[in-house]
Design a protein around this ligand. Structure first.
Ligand SMILES: C[S@@+](CC[C@H](N)C(=O)[O-])C[C@H]1O[C@@H](n2cnc3c(N)ncnc32)[C@H](O)[C@@H]1O
Length: 386
C-alpha cells in the first residue's frame, strides 16, 4: 500500500470469495458451513484457521518451550500444524516435525470452523480429540515442570481454538489500545453499545490507526476489534501508510479524513458499515467533515462513534474555549444533532440535518454514540396543544 488509490486496488481481494471471507460469512447455518468447508482445499482452510488461532491465543505462560500439534481432518484427509509456545514470546508456528509434539489436538474441520467463526457456545470437550504424549517414566524431579508447561501450553492453544469471548476492557489491555486505561475508559461504554453485534459478521471502520508515521506502531484498537468480533471485517484509515499492520480480517487504508472524496471512495468500496469510529486527528473541522461524509454510509441501526470530544474546547484542535461556539466544534455538531433528532417536532422543520436518519444519541463524557435509523414517527400531532 503505497498510495491511497493503490491501497484500494490491493484491497479489492477483501471482497473476493476467499476462504476467510466465506468462513466468516457462513455463520451458524450448518448447511452453509458444510458447503463452505467442502469448497476449498483443506490446507487452505487450515491456514485460515491456524492464523486465527495464533491471533486469539493468550500470551503463553509455560516456562519451558512446548510444541503442540493440531490435526484438522475432513473425512480421510488430514492437515497438521504445530505450535511453539514459551513464556515471553507470542505463540508461533513450529517448523519442526509435528510428531515431536507432546500434546496433540484434533478437530474435524467443520467443528473448528464453527468454534472460530460460529456464534459463541459454552466451551465443552465434545467436539475435539486430545492426546497427551508425555511419558511418565521420564518424569524426574525437574521433569515435573515440563508436564506443567505442557498442560499450560495445551490450555493456551485450546483457549485460542474456542469461541470464548473475552470482554472488551481485557482485549484493550491485551492489544495495547488506549480505549481502556489512564486516559480513557471507553471500553465499557463500547461494550454497552456493541455487545449485541458480537456474533455478527460486522464491517467496522475506524479512522485513526495509531502510531502516526511509524510504519508498524499502532493498530491496537483494530486488533482489539478483530478479537472482539470473531466474524468481523476490520478496516482502519490513517493519514500514514500502516500496511505493515495488515492481517487476516484486518485491513489498513490510507486517506486524509479531511478529504471527503477520499473517504467517499473508501466507503463506496468497503461499506456500508455497521460501525464507524472517529478516533483520528480530533481536529474539530475534520470530525465534522468526516461525520457528514461517512454517516450516510452507516447501515440502518448501525452506530457512528466520535471519541475525544474534549478537543471542542481546545483551540489547538480548532476548538473554542467558549462552549457557545457551536458552528465549528465537534460538540457543536452533537448539540445540533439533539435538535435534528427532534426535527419533526419543530414548527419549521430543518431540511439540512440528518434528523430523518438519526435514531438515537447517547452522549457520555468525551464520547458520543450516534445511532443510525429511520426517524419518521410523524411528530406530536398539531391538534395537541403546543
Ligand atoms: C489517537 S491515534 C489513533 C489510536 C487508535 N484508534 C487506537 O485506539 O489505538 C490517531 C491517529 O490518527 C491519525 N491521523 C491524524 N490525522 C489524520 C487525518 N487527517 N486523517 C486520517 N488519520 C489521521 C494519526 O496518524 C494517528 O495514527
Amino acid at each position: 500500500m503505497s498510495t491511497f488509490s493503490d491501497s484500494l486496488t490491493a484491497d479489492r481481494k477483501v471482497d473476493a470469495a476467499t476462504p476467510v471471507e466465506c468462513l466468516r460469512l457462513a455463520g451458524d447455518d450448518t448447511r452453509a458451513l458444510h458447503s463452505v468447508v467442502h469448497s476449498f482445499e483443506l490446507a487452505d482452510l487450515t491456514a485460515v484457521l491456524v492464523d486465527e488461532i495464533l491471533f486469539r491465543c493468550d500470551p503463553p505462560g509455560n516456562a519451558e518451550p512446548v510444541t503442540i500439534a493440531l490435526d484438522v481432518t475432513r473425512g480421510e484427509e488430514r492437515v497438521s500444524a504445530s505450535f511453539l509456545l514459551q513464556a515471553g514470546r507470542p505463540v508461533g508456528l513450529n517448523e519442526a516435525d509435528g510428531p515431536a509434539a507432546l500434546f496433540r489436538l484434533e478437530y474435524d474441520v467443520l467443528d473448528l470452523v464453527r468454534e472460530l467463526f460460529g456464534p459463541s457456545t459454552p466451551g465443552g470437550p465434545a467436539n475435539r480429540r486430545t492426546e497427551l504424549r508425555f511419558v511418565p517414566e521420564s518424569m524426574t524431579v525437574e521433569g515435573v515442570r515440563p508436564l506443567g508447561s505442557i498442560m499450560a501450553a495445551a490450555g493456551t492453544v485450546l483457549t485460542g481454538c474456542s469461541s470464548d469471548h473475552p470482554g472488551l476492557a481485557r482485549l484493550a489491555v491485551r492489544h495495547d489500545s488506549d480505549k481502556w486505561g489512564g486516559l480513557h475508559w471507553f471500553a465499557s461504554l463500547y461494550e454497552r453499545h456493541l455487545r449485541h453485534l458480537r456474533d455478527h459478521p460486522v464491517r467496522l471502520l475506524e479512522i485513526g490507526i495509531g502510531g502516526y508515521d511509524h510504519p508498524t506502531l499502532g493498530g491496537g484498537s483494530l486488533k482489539m476489534w478483530k478479537h472482539y468480533f470473531p466474524r468481523g471485517l476490520i478496516f482502519g484509515v490513517d493519514l500514514h501508510d500502516k500496511s505493515g499492520l495488515d492481517q487476516q480480517r484486518l485491513h489498513t487504508l490510507r486517506a486524509d479524513q479531511s478529504d471527503p472524496a477520499q473517504l467517499t471512495e473508501i466507503a463506496e468500496k468497503h461499506g456500508p458499515f455497521d460501525i464507524v469510529i472517529d478516533d483520528g486527528s480530533h481536529i474539530n473541522e475534520h470530525v465534522r467533515t468526516t461525520f457528514r461524509t461517512l454517516f450516510p454510509h452507516v447501515r440502518t441501526e448501525g452506530l457512528y462513534v466520535i471519541e475525544d470530544l474534549w478537543t471542542s474546547y481546545a483551540p489547538g484542535f480548532g476548538g473554542s474555549e467558549d462552549p457557545a461556539a457551536c458552528d465549528s466544534t465537534t460538540l457543536g455538531l452533537v448539540k445540533r444533532l439533539v435538535d435534528d433528532l427532534h426535527y419533526e417536532e419543530q414548527p419549521v422543520k430543518p431540511t439540512d440535518g440528518v434528523g430523518p436518519s438519526l435514531a438515537g444519541l447517547h452522549l457520555y463524557r468525551n464520547i458520543a454514540f450516534l445511532e443510525k435509523g429511520r426517524n419518521a414517527e410523524g411528530g406530536i400531532p398539531g391538534w395537541i396543544r403546543h
